[in-house]
Design a protein around this ligand. Structure first.
Ligand code: SF4
Ligand code: SF4
Length: 403
C-alpha cells in the first residue's frame, strides 16, 4: 500500500519542522513531519485525516530543507485533494481558487468599477463574512488586461526568431505591464512573441484550494498547447516561479498520466533573457546612468528556491550597470498565493512575512524586486514600498539608456 510517495524515506530528523514558516508562528498547524510523512502512513491505511492540513501553505521550504529528499509538500497537497473530496471546500476557497474566471468576468466592466466592487468598505465586510480578510490587500485588476494590451501592441516586423509566452493568470489580469515589458525585451533581443489564447491558469490556486478536477482540466489544455509548440522546436517561457514549479514538479506528481514529461515544456523566462545577454542578442550598455546609485532589494520567492536552479532575476539585476542590488535573504513572505488573504490565516501570513518586511525596510532601498505576483502584493502590503518584477527593471533601464 505504501507507494507513490516518499514517505518511507523520512528518518524523523525534524529539519523540515525547523524550516517550516507556518509551524514557526502558529500551533494550529501540526507541522510538516507530523502532517506529511508521519500522518501519510495512516492516511494510506484509510485511518486518519487532519483538518490542519489546510494550514500548510505549500511554500516548499520543507522540501528544500529535507536531507532525505522527501516531497513533504506534495504529500500534503495530495492529502488535501483527497480531504477536499470528502469535505467540500468553502465558497471562499472557490472564489480564491478561480481568480482567472473572475478576472474574465471583471474584464466585462471597467477596471475601476470592478476594483471598487472588490475594495470598498461594504464589499470588504461582505468578503470578510465569507472568510476573506478585510485587512488583506487584494490585487487590483489592470485597466487593460494582458490579452488586450498585447493585441494593441505592434511587434517589430523583421523578427526572425520566435518564442511563446506562458503568462500565468496573475500577469494576465493584475500585472499585464510585467508581461508587456517581457515582450519588449524579447523583441529587442530579436524574438517575435506568441501569446496563445489557449493558455489558462497553471492550476496552482485550483489544486491548493481543493479543486483538483478543475486543475486537471487546465493542465490538459495547457499541456496540449505546449506540446504543439514543443513539436515545432519553439520554447515556451514563463515569468512566474509558481507556474514553472507547477509544470516541472507538481503536475507530474498530481497527474502523472498527463504530465509525466511536464518538466520539458516550460522554461524560465529570466534565464532565457540572461542567455540573450550572454549571446550578445541583448546588449547591456556600460556604464549607463539610468540606474546610477539606485538601490534595489531583491526577494527570492519560495517557489523559485524550490526549483533549485539559481536566481536568474537577481543575476539579471546584477548585470545592470550602476544599480546597487542586495538580496533580502529573509525567507518566506507569508502570502503563498491566496493563503494570506484568508481570514483565519491573515495574521499567520503577516507574522511569517515580518522578517522579510523588516529586512526590506532596513535596506533603505528605492525599490523592492521579486518575480512572484502575490509576493509583490504582500511586500507592498507589509512595507508600503513599491515592488517590481526584475524584467520590468531591466526594461526600464534599457529604455532609459536609449533616450
Ligand atoms: S526533513 Fe525530511 S527526513 Fe527529516 S523529518 Fe522532515 S521529511 Fe522526515
Ligand atoms: S509546504 Fe511550507 S507550510 Fe507546508 S509543511 Fe512545508 S514548509 Fe510547512
Amino acid at each position: 500500500m505504501l507507494s507513490k510517495t516518499d514517505t518511507d524515506k523520512c528518518v524523523a530528523c525534524s529539519t523540515c519542522v525547523v524550516q517550516c514558516p507556518v509551524a514557526e508562528v502558529t500551533t494550529k498547524f501540526l507541522g510538516p513531519r507530523m502532517l506529511g510523512p508521519a500522518s501519510e502512513r495512516f492516511r494510506l491505511l484509510n485511518d486518519g485525516e487532519d483538518s490542519s492540513l489546510t494550514y500548510c501553505a505549500n511554500c516548499k521550504n520543507c522540501d528544500i530543507s529535507c536531507p532525505q529528499g522527501v516531497g513533504v509538500s506534495n504529500i500534503n497537497m495530495l492529502a488535501r485533494a483527497a480531504y477536499a473530496k470528502k469535505h467540500r471546500p468553502s465558497f471562499r476557497d472557490w472564489i480564491l481558487a478561480h481568480g482567472e474566471l473572475e478576472s474574465r468576468l471583471a474584464g466585462i466592466f471597467p477596471a475601476a468599477l470592478a476594483n471598487f466592487g472588490m475594495a470598498n468598505p461594504i464589499s470588504k465586510c461582505i468578503l470578510d463574512k465569507i472568510g476573506i480578510s478585510k485587512k488583506a490587500d487584494l490585487p487590483r485588476f489592470a485597466s487593460k488586461q494582458l490579452a488586450a494590451a498585447f493585441k494593441a501592441y505592434k511587434q517589430p516586423e523583421q523578427l526572425s526568431k520566435k518564442v511563446v509566452f506562458f503568462p500565468g493568470c496573475f500577469i494576465k489580469a493584475y500585472a499585464p505591464q510585467t508581461g508587456m515589458d517581457f515582450v519588449w525585451l524579447l523583441n529587442k533581443a530579436g524574438y517575435r512573441v506568441e501569446l496563445p489564447d489557449a493558455f489558462c491558469c497553471c492550476g496552482t490556486p485550483l489544486y491548493t484550494n481543493g479543486f483538483a478536477d478543475d486543475a486537471r482540466k487546465n493542465a490538459e489544455k495547457n499541456l496540449a498547447e505546449m506540446r504543439k509548440w514543443k513539436e515545432q522546436g519553439i520554447k515556451v517561457l514563463a515569468l512566474c516561479p509558481s507556474c514553472e514549479l507547477m509544470f516541472k514538479e507538481e503536475l507530474p506528481v498530481f497527474f502523472p498520466d498527463l504530465a509525466h514529461d511536464g518538466a520539458s515544456y516550460l522554461e524560465n523566462g529570466e534565464e532565457f533573457v540572461l542567455g540573450c545577454i550572454s549571446r550578445g542578442e541583448l546588449v547591456i550598455d556600460a556604464p549607463g546612468n539610468a540606474m546610477k546609485d539606485k538601490k534595489i532589494i531583491y526577494h527570492a520567492p519560495c517557489h523559485l528556491r524550490a526549483l533549485g536552479s539559481g536566481m536568474p532575476g537577481l543575476d539579471m539585476l546584477g548585470s545592470i550597470p550602476g544599480l546597487k542590488v542586495s538580496s533580502a535573504s529573509a525567507g518566506c513572505c507569508g502570502i503563498s498565493g491566496s493563503y494570506g488573504f484568508k481570514k483565519e490565516k491573515y495574521d499567520i501570513s503577516m507574522a511569517i512575512g515580518s522578517k522579510l518586511f523588516q529586512s526590506i525596510k532596513n535596506s533603505n532601498a528605492d525599490l523592492a524586486a521579486t518575480e512572484c505576483g502575490t509576493c509583490k502584493v504582500q511586500i507592498m502590503h507589509g512595507t508600503a514600498m513599491p515592488c517590481e518584477h526584475p524584467v520590468s527593471i531591466l526594461k526600464h533601464y534599457l529604455e532609459k539608456e536609449q533616450q
